[in-house]
Write a protein that binds this ligand. Structure first.
Ligand code: NAP
Length: 255
């Protein structure tokens, strides 16, 4: 019997990068999965086919989670599609460089609002709809994918870090509120992980000329972090091995 047999997960931004690896890992361990994406349908189709190849249900739902009504629709359609959701991974996100102005004094209110909406408001909207039905399950898990940016508070990306910090604040309170309902709420904070987002960020910073892979030599352990490193931490937190763990923040950044 696989670890997550019978469990039903929603992974936001499950089509690419870190989210895709989380979808693959949860499905490999037995979960049925809703894969959310925003614009890249073919990427969502690819990972859904992989999940189905593993013998698990995969449901694809397009929704821009940064729009309140879309996040609510995503949550409701996920419950409808799988009957219930007992694992929520709030992973979808955008970097400050994707918004355009990563320096605090240059960022517009609209830039900041986009980042807050994608990371903090979206997580709140999804929890708001999904937690009531999660209380009926034997166990529920919510994992917020944050960032080391919300601990290093570096010289660029202050608005992104603020949005991640807001998301973390919600997680810490929610963990205490829902512990009595056996809902575990934890945070995984990745360092630099080899994905499209990281590639865009380090190119913007002028740290590489070609690709993020150039940074491998100067990275901890001599390699870049991989999406599977994050998926492993998420799977652990949702597993029976973590049944006495909630309200925690795990940094996955190579130390
Ligand atoms: P990525 O490769 O750019 O993938 C982002 C994923 O999120 C895609 O599936 C994308 O869907 C989806 N997405 C983006 N905005 C969305 C929206 N408004 N609604 C629904 N889906 C949306 O990024 P990643 O590197 O895997 O990042 C995943 C998470 O990890 C983010 O929250 C990010 O902040 C965090 N993180 C990443 C790193 C890193 O170094 N990579 C470090 C720390 C934290 P489409 O394919 O449809 O666009």
């Amino acid at each position: 019997m696989s670890e997550f047999n019978g469990r039903k997960a929603l992974v936001t931004g499950g089509s690419r990068g870190i989210g895709r690896a989380i979808v693959r890992r949860l499905a490999s361990d037995g979960a049925d999965v809703v894969i959310n994406y925003n614009s890249n349908e073919s990427a969502a189709n690819e990972i859904a086919a992989e999940v189905r190849g593993l013998g698990r249900h995969a449901v694809i739902i397009q929704a821009d989670v940064s729009v309140q009504k879309e996040a609510e629709r995503l949550a409701n359609e996920s419950i409808e599609a799988l009957g219930s959701i007992d694992i929520l991974v709030n992973n979808a996100g955008i970097g400050a460089t994707a918004v355009g102005r990563p320096h605090v004094a240059e960022a517009t209110p609209e830039d900041f609002e986009r980042l807050m909406a994608a990371h903090a408001f979206a997580s709140h909207d999804l929890c708001r709809v999904l937690v009531p039905q999660m209380r009926e399950a034997d166990r529920g898990d919510i994992v917020m994918i944050s960032s080391i940016a919300a601990q290093s508070f570096g010289p660029t990306g202050g608005t992104y870090a603020a949005a991640k910090a807001a998301m973390e604040a919600l997680a810490f309170s929610l963990a205490k509120e829902e512990r009595g309902n056996n809902i575990h709420v934890n945070i995984v904070a990745p360092g630099l992980i080899e994905t499209d987002m990281a590639d865009m960020m380090v190119k913007f910073q002028g740290r590489v000329t070609d690709s993020i892979a150039e940074l491998a030599d100067e990275s901890p352990f001599g390699r870049l972090g991989s999406p599977d490193d994050i998926a492993g931490a998420v799977a652990f937190l949702c597993s029976a091995r973590a049944s006495y763990i909630t309200n925690q923040r795990i940094t996955v950044a190579g130390g």
